[in-house]
Ligand binder design. Structure first.
Ligand code: B1M
Length: 222
């Protein structure tokens, strides 16, 4: 059982989706996260163990390497694809309650800002760490964040901004969220923002990279 879970984690870490995928070149012709996850379910391994002891371990490892600049965006995208392909086998178990998510995470790029590459990476890493992600997309106004919070009580909220001009939106949105729902925990990130700005606008956490965010989220729900 452990061997199969290790293989799943390895495939996610190295972005090996399935047998047909030629990536990574040194694993060409080998089975991937897709086949191993199917086999694990057939062998009776609990879906929750496949998620927490296989898929999440692999995503965590690639997240650390990304933070340390040992891999780059394309590798992380391949890992995320391997993870989501494997997740397709686990989806029926989410509805039945056999697999429990750690919590919900609402994310969006703030109003006025159309950059979504970083936000999407964060989204994938958070999902890969075991949370349900509600992605509101780009150019998201305060009202849309608040609607999503109302529809998903207890969810954490993440905001991304890439432009110095949209830092103002982030401030406004965070204030609106805190006014409408003071208990909601907010995270901010993106190239122009930092910890000082986070404190200044009254957001709860700033993280420079997705891995840092997943680590904080995991401690908050532990
Ligand atoms: Co734009 N752009 N852009 N752009 N663009 C920048 C950001 C810019 C720095 C380029 C430059 O001038 N050197 C500059 C901003 C300058 C500033 O404000 N100081 C800029 C500009 C000016 C603009 C326009 C205004 C250009 C124009 O039209 N005159 C325009 C604005 C449009 C708008 O948003 N309203 C514009 C448009 C675009 C494109 C549409 C062409 C395209 C976006 C495509 C897309 O996202 N789908 C684009 C791109 C690609 C860039 C650059 C080249 C790359 C951004 C990127 O995706 N980086 C960028 C220059 C650069 O960074 N070299 C630039 C990769 C991504 C993985 O990193 O998003 O930082 P990043 O995310 C990181 C972290 O920041 C963090 O995790 C990610 C992974 O490590 N992170 C979080 C992000 N969000 C987080 C949230 C968290 C935690 C961590 O918690 C919630």
């Amino acid at each position: 059982m452990e061997e199969l879970l290790d293989k799943i984690a390895y495939c996610v870490e190295y972005g090996k989706i399935n047998l047909a995928s030629p990536y990574p070149p040194n694993m060409k012709g080998q089975e991937g996260a897709d086949e191993y996850t199917k086999q694990a379910l057939e062998q009776g391994i609990a879906p929750n163990d496949i998620l927490t002891k296989g898929l999440i371990i692999g995503m965590g490892k690639i997240g650390v390497k990304f933070r340390e600049n040992k891999v780059f965006v394309p590798q992380v995208l391949m890992s995320a694809r391997a993870m989501s392909t494997a997740m397709n086998h686990l989806k029926p178990f989410f509805n039945s309650g056999a697999v429990k998510r750690k919590g919900k995470f609402i994310i969006g790029t703030v109003k006025g800002d159309l950059h979504d590459i970083g936000k999407n990476l964060v989204s994938m890493m958070v999902e890969g760490s075991g949370f349900e992600v509600i992605d509101l997309g780009v150019d998201v106004p305060a009202e849309k964040f608040i609607e999503a919070i109302e529809a998903n009580p207890g969810a954490f909220v993440g905001m991304s901004a890439l432009l110095t001009t949209t830092m103002v939106s982030m401030d406004e949105i965070n204030k609106a969220i805190k006014q409408a729902s003071p208990q909601t925990i907010t995270f901010i990130g993106g190239a122009p923002v930092n910890n000082e700005f986070c404190k200044q606008i009254g957001a709860d956490y700033y993280t420079p990279d997705p891995q840092g965010l997943t680590e904080i989220l995991s401690t908050l729900v532990a």
